[in-house]
Design a protein around this ligand. Structure first.
Ligand code: EPS
Length: 376
């Protein structure tokens, strides 16, 4: 592994922090680009009250000088504005351990296994860290990493394919079409699907319910041969799937045709190979989603993720009291009805980090200058 990311921070603690280690020296990094991605992650129809409080902006503490990476660990923080309202319970030394205790585990949440695993009697200890607030750090780090990829013309983009029962009908969305998702409150590239998705979210909110969905990430401009077929832990699709599955709420990942592809015979699924002087080896289809044998094949990378509905329901499911074991309603905390659009931005970041790691493995060097020579 060339690039390592450590994140820390409780959802209502002072800040979300991170250390990104392994970036080569001399990569130009823009704060405006990082903050732009942090703002994209905060948007999305279906978010709750918290996003009105936060205005995520990065503070870089080390590893950069004059907008260039130094090759040293890049440490950063994104303050939680909401901490002011939670100080009484969340202060690292003075915090009141009886503050807003949680003892009714939410089905589908980390609450119960987390409390059992760490011998906690208060599930607040679990939910503070398992919260998707942590993804702020991954988006910041992903944006730093992706700024290296963009020097080499590699672009990462995403869109939302489904929210609950509402889905885009268009099977294949081209990379250039993804831009339209930026103007959509649900990150959809289709106005009709957008309308239906918003309606589904409104209905779920009224019912005190939540919704999941499907996101798609595409990456353009990748060279052939990132990752490797030579050993299981070098396969790029394995690394991408693992990284994406680690995003809060993600329950499924597929590459290219994924689950749809398994229904068809091989003759319909594999992408025939052509050659011409201008483009070299090329394909007219991309069922493989840009990966063959655990390596990039030069086509656009296409990955989809399924996100489950958020487990915090305003109309709660049944659970048992952690202490008395009596039947009870699950805990209700302020939360989002749907965070699928935000998850798409997080997925872009996670893909950016994984690809930068793979890129550094292939072209890796101490400095940007050396990397450019190897790339050439
Ligand atoms: C989250 C619950 C909500 C979300 C939060 C994730 O926060 P709160 O409990 O403060 O209302 O808004 O997401 C974020 C804070 C974020 O930045 O994305 C949860 O329990 O996972």
């Amino acid at each position: 592994m060339m690039l390592r990311l450590l994140t820390a921070g409780e959802s209502h603690g002072q800040a979300v922090t991170g250390i990104l280690e392994g970036m080569p020296a001399g990569v130009p990094i823009s704060k405006a680009i990082i903050d732009h991605h942090l703002a994209r992650r905060q948007k999305g129809y279906g978010r709750g009250g918290r996003m009105k409080i936060e205005k995520d902006q990065i503070q870089v503490l080390s590893g950069l000088r004059g907008g260039l990476t130094l090759g040293s660990p890049i440490s950063f923080m994104i303050p939680n504005k909401d901490y002011e309202n939670w100080k009484e319970g969340m202060d690292p030394f003075q915090g009141d351990l009886n503050y807003k205790k949680v003892s009714h585990p939410r089905p589908g949440h980390a609450d119960l296994p987390g409390a059992l695993k760490y011998s906690f009697s208060d599930m607040r200890h679990v939910l503070e860290r398992s919260s998707a607030r942590e993804t702020t750090a991954r988006v910041a780090a992903g944006s730093i990493a992706s700024q290296l990829l963009s020097v080499f013309g590699i672009e990462v983009a995403s869109h939302v394919r489904r929210i609950g029962q509402a889905a885009i009908e268009q099977k294949q969305v081209e990379f250039h079409e993804l831009k339209a998702s930026e103007d959509s409150p649900v990150r959809s590239v289709c106005k009709d699907a957008e309308r239906r998705m918003i309606q589904c979210i409104d209905e779920a909110r009224e019912d005190g319910d939540t919704l999941g969905g499907v996101i798609e990430i595409q990456v353009k401009g990748l060279p052939v041969g990132l990752g490797s077929y030579t050993h299981w832990d070098r396969k790029l699709d394995g690394k991408l799937a693992g990284a994406l599955m680690s995003i809060q709420g993600i329950k499924a990942v597929e590459v290219g045709d994924g689950f749809e592809g398994v229904k068809e015979p091989g003759s319909c699924v594999h992408d025939e190979i052509f050659y011409n002087e201008t483009n070299g080896f090329n394909r007219k289809t991309n069922h493989a989603g840009g990966i063959e044998g655990g390596m990039t094949n030069g086509e656009i990378l296409i990955i989809r993720c399924g996100m489950k509905p958020i487990p915090t329901l305003m109309k709660p499911l049944k659970t048992v009291d952690f202490h008395s074991k009596d039947v009870h309603n699950a805990a209700v905390e302020r939360s989002d009805t749907c965070a699928v659009p935000a998850a798409a931005v997080v997925a872009e970041a996670v893909v950016g980090l994984t690809l930068t790691d793979a890129f550094l493995e292939t072209f890796g060097a101490d400095s940007m200058e050396e990397m450019k020579r190897r790339w050439k």
